[in-house]
Ligand binder design. Structure first.
Ligand code: HEM
Length: 316
């Protein structure tokens, strides 16, 4: 696996939103070496369980088309060797050279794409894509193949505050700030943030329907998770999240790019990783560690990091 492009661990647990404006040269969507594999996995999941990984409420059509248009413009602009996009009146031409696919699209016309727009464009990018609309910022459409412990069935139609309702009161102030940010976000000024977790599996699809199996696997693995083994058995999972207000529909596009790496591999490439992870784990409220599913293997993990994070004394 590859070194994580982001490492959101510093001196301590961050109970703030951690949002920052996306810089003018920073892409909205990211393409990396996993592109082909992740698109193939998305398409496989969408065929295997129709209606689970992509859904849209009536009325979200304009926002879906707007999101698809923005995404194609962005992909062609930041990755011109791999993608091109031309627009003439309502006729669009999209070319995906990585997959060897070209698509002619009559924009805003139902039936012009093989599936609804957010589902189609979600199959061209590694990101999960969600659309939120209205004053109470409701989830109105999305394609979510790599959900971390949730799925569209549970959240579609809910306002932002209710989407986060089961989360521990520790993050209530953060969620209030996030709600305000979403309501006030100006069009075209993307903000981004990182979320993190540590998992005993590198399966990308951790949507709700997978949780019974994943929990069963974890129970079986737990006795073998020792300070000697956790480096190879655990994975750091990072989400790069972007929030963009779309100017015409007023909806918000929420993109989530999931990255992961084996703990031992990340530590071998990033000299201060063990110390930074320790700083954060040692200051994360226990209820948050429970929520993130880290508590069952916290002790061997901490012992492993303490050993690995010790300053290396030069020999001789
Ligand atoms: C600035 C914006 C946002 C912030 C600060 C934020 C923060 C958080 C935090 C702290 C968690 C707890 C999990 C963890 O830390 O690992 C969480 C979970 C979650 N977030 Fe967000 N989030 C934001 C935007 C969104 C948006 C736009 C959605 C739209 C779908 C969303 C959907 C979720 C879901 C579904 C969960 C899991 C909830 C559950 O356990 O059922 N978040 N978020």
């Amino acid at each position: 696996m590859c070194m994580l492009p982001y490492f959101p661990f510093g001196d301590r647990f961050n109970d703030k939103m951690g949002t920052a404006p996306l810089g003018p040269t920073e892409p909205l969507l990211e393409v990396d070496t996993q592109y082909r594999a992740e698109i193939a996995l998305k398409r496989q999941l969408l065929v295997a369980v129709p209606g689970y990984y992509a859904q849209a409420l009536p009325g979200s059509e304009l926002a879906q088309w707007e999101a698809a248009e923005l995404i194609m413009q962005q992909m062609a602009r930041y990755y011109p060797d791999s993608f091109s996009f031309s627009q003439q009146a309502g006729q669009w031409l999209w070319s995906n050279r990585i997959l060897g696919e070209a698509t002619a699209i009559r924009s805003h016309e139902e039936g012009s794409l093989p599936t609804f727009p957010i589902d189609w464009i979600g199959q061209q990018v590694q990101e999960d894509l969600l659309l939120l609309s209205g004053q109470d910022v409701r989830l109105v459409a999305g394609q979510l193949c790599f959900g971390n412990g949730w799925c569209l069935d549970e959240k579609l139609g809910l306002p932002f505050w209710e989407i986060h309702a089961p989360i521990n009161p520790i993050v209530t102030p953060m969620m209030q700030a996030a709600g305000q940010l979403m309501q006030r976000l100006p069009a075209g000024r993307t903000v981004w943030r990182l979320n993190w977790s540590i998992k005993a599996s590198n399966q990308l699809d951790m949507s709700s329907r997978r949780m019974p199996d994943l929990n069963g696997q974890l129970q079986q693995l737990l006795p073998a998770l020792t300070p000697e083994t956790v480096g190879d058995q655990l994975f750091i999972r990072i989400e790069r999240q972007t929030l963009t207000r779309l100017p015409r529909s007023g909806s918000i596009l929420f993109g989530i790019h999931t990255y992961q790496n084996r703990l031992a591999d990340e530590l071998s490439e990033r000299p201060d990783a063990a110390r930074r992870l320790l700083n954060v784990l040692n200051t994360t409220p226990p209820a948050m560690l429970d929520y993130k599913g880290i508590s069952p293997f916290l002790e061997p993990l901490i012992r492993f990091l303490e050993r690995d994070g010790r300053p290396k004394i030069p020999m001789g």
